[in-house]
Design a protein around this ligand. Structure first.
Ligand code: UDP
Ligand code: MG
Length: 341
């Protein structure tokens, strides 16, 4: 109960701060870049140079927030050098590896810009598209989502991603668009709403989708990694997939209850057949149902009842699951009133 109010206060303070900042600084809106970094030292400098080149041409003030997610390969030192040579750069350094989702959240919380772009540090998200994202935002989109056209990865990765989207979309009431990535732009108002979300098991892009603001989609071809290996091992990917399904949907819990209903119905039908055919009518069809078979049917019936009880428990657990996330009751897009103005 203490969490929701404190996060609300955080974003309210942030909102006031932003208004004050807006009054004192120049009129042009600022762009914030949020970049999670995990063991990217070899390509980081080149990535930053290509990013800075694009940002300079945008002719709007900007800040670049790198969030080092517990790198062990010297990425922190590269980031320190980059920050020393570029006033627009800020770095957040984690004490250990907490995962990309946490790194993204840390950056989004710190971002001061009117628009915030999240982008990978490995060069896979083309920086040349940033002006296109900004244009879409200027034309009114609150969220601009990069959709990758194809995974350059191997067959296994493609299959995995297909499987994930189909399982996720079947199990969850919230749908994810296949190919949607963390290469996205969010408006400051979306950032404020994002900060209200209290859960710690998070998948940033699904949460942004949940907030539900008007979105524009930009398709792009995923580049090859500039260097190194993806920080996500198969095990970590599976963990992320499971986490996102569990945190976004209680639906898997209900499956047991449905199974129980099916099993109980079958047992009831079988039991009824035994009673009518064998006991009442005296076995006219010569089925000669044995005592063991009857016991089996009785057992099936009780298994069904137990599964249904699990389903009932699941309903309660799913309520706790929903409540424990402390999600805001609603997200306001805008207020419209002649009296308020
Ligand atoms: N990353 C991170 N923490 C991790 C793994 C990755 O911050 O534990 C960063 C990584 O440096 C990169 C982005 O998240 O900037 C995407 O990671 P990766 O390339 O491994 O993922 P993929 O491209 O396979 O989605
Ligand atoms: Mg990558």
């Amino acid at each position: 109960m203490t969490r929701a109010p404190s996060s609300t206060r955080l974003s309210t303070e942030k909102g006031l701060f932003a208004i004050l900042q807006g009054m004192t600084s120049q009129q042009k809106p600022m762009l914030s870049l949020v970049i999670p970094v995990y063991n990217e030292h070899a390509g980081l400098q080149a990535f930053h140079s290509s990013l800075a080149e694009v940002l300079e041409k945008l002719s709007m003030p900007y800040e670049v927030i790198y969030c080092d997610d517990g790198s062990t390969d010297g990425s922190k030192d590269v980031l320190a050098t980059i920050a020393a040579n570029d006033n627009a750069v800020k770095t957040i350094v984690f004490s250990r590896n907490f995962g990309k989702e946490s790194a993204l959240s840390a950056g989004i919380i710190q971002a001061k810009g009117e628009a915030i772009i999240t982008i990978d540090a490995d060069g896979q998200h083309p920086v040349e598209l940033i002006p296109k994202f900004v244009d879409a935002w200027k034309s009114g989109a609150r969220v601009v989502v990069g959709i990758r056209k194809s995974t350059n990865g191997n067959m296994l990765k493609k299959l995995e991603s297909k499987l994930f989207y189909s399982v996720f979309n079947k199990l969850s009431s919230q749908k994810l668009i296949p190919g949607s990535t963390d290469f996205r732009l969010i408006d400051q108002s979306v950032q404020s709403a994002f900060l209200e979300l209290g859960e710690s098991n998070r998948m940033t892009r699904a949460l942004i989708d949940w907030l539900g603001f008007e979105s524009t989609y930009i398709k792009f071809e995923l580049n090859k990694r500039m260097q190194g290996k993806p920080g996500y091992s198969q095990r970590k990917l599976l963990q992320l997939a499971m986490n996102s399904i569990v945190s976004l949907s209680p639906r898997p819990l209900y499956i047991l209850g449905y199974l129980g209903m099916i099993v109980t119905t079958i047992a009831l039908l079988l039991g009824l057949t035994v009673i009518v055919e064998q006991i009442i009518l005296g076995d006219p069809m010569h089925l000669r149902i044995t005592g063991t078979a009857m016991l089996g049917i009785l057992l099936l019936f009780f298994v069904g009842i137990l599964l249904i009880s699990q389903g009932v428990l699941a309903i309660y657990i799913s309520h706790i699951h929903t409540e424990s996330k402390h999600r805001p009751l609603y997200v306001i897009d805008y207020l419209h009133s002649k009296r308020i103005g």
